[in-house]
Every structure is written in C-alpha cells, then in structure tokens.
Design a binder for this molecule. Sequence first.
Ligand code: 4NP
Length: 150
Amino acid sequence: MKQIVFVCLGNICRSVMAECIMKDLLEKEKIVINVLSAGTSGAHNGEDMHYKTKAKLKEKGVRVISFVSKKLSQNMCDESDFIITMDNSNYKTVLQNYKNVSHKLKKICEFAKELNYKEVPDPWYSGDFEETYNILSLACRNLLKELKGC
Ligand code: 4NP
C-alpha cells in the first residue's frame, strides 16, 4: 500500500476532511502511506478547504493540513492503490471518466457499515459537518484496521 486518494465533488468539504482524518490517524500510528484528496469537478481548484471543514477538524482535535483543492487526474488514479469516493455520483464519474480504476475504486461507506449510510451526504448542501465528520471518522478508523491487516 503506497497511496490512497479520497474523492468527492468539490474537494473542499468531504474528501479533504477524510484526507486530514486519515493523515492524523496514520501519523499517530507511525504508518507511512501517502494520502491525498481530489474533486471530480475542479470547480474549486486552487482554493483552501471550506471554513466549516476546517472548524470541524479543529473542534475534533484533528490536525489541519495546508491544502489546495484540485481536480482528480488520471495520474493520481494511476499512482493510487485505493480511490475512495464519497457518494454514488462520484463513484460513477470516476468509473466513466478515468481508465483502469475499477479494481481499486471504493465507496467510503463500505468502511462504515455500522452507520447504515450508502453515501456521505454533501455538507455543502446539508450544512451538517458533524454528520460528515462522524461518518468519515469511523470509516477512516475501519480503513486503517484493514490496511494494517494487509
Ligand atoms: P464536497 O462539497 O464535494 O464535499 O467538497 C461540495 C463543495 C462545493 C460544491 C458542491 C459540493 N459546489 O457545487 O460548488
């Protein structure tokens, strides 16, 4: 396992929150895996994460990384061992628009089955960053357990 990329639509709310949570967990366990995040739209390219994403991470004691929003590239897909999407729309977009991804493409809710979500609701629309954090925090902890078992 060398690299994981988390993917959402805008790469300012969900996927970057997952990136920060996962990096924090890996650092605490002294495990070296490259983690990044990207969006399928590119609409926020060059921007920092959403201020409410940052505030939620700080509230939860997760280290906030220095960050720039970016669109998912074929190169990121090629270099990643896991491409982990936040919702069904992201999943379909990646499958349709990028080559050689199907074997490594995942939905993050597969790693948080206890919570019975099929997708991570988009806090850009819901405003509920606590819900986002709760799903992503559990999913990242379960993902880490799986990675340690590899
Ligand atoms: P994200 O949330 O995909 O979790 O980063 C969104 C951010 C921005 C937009 C949509 C979703 N937008 O339409 O600009």
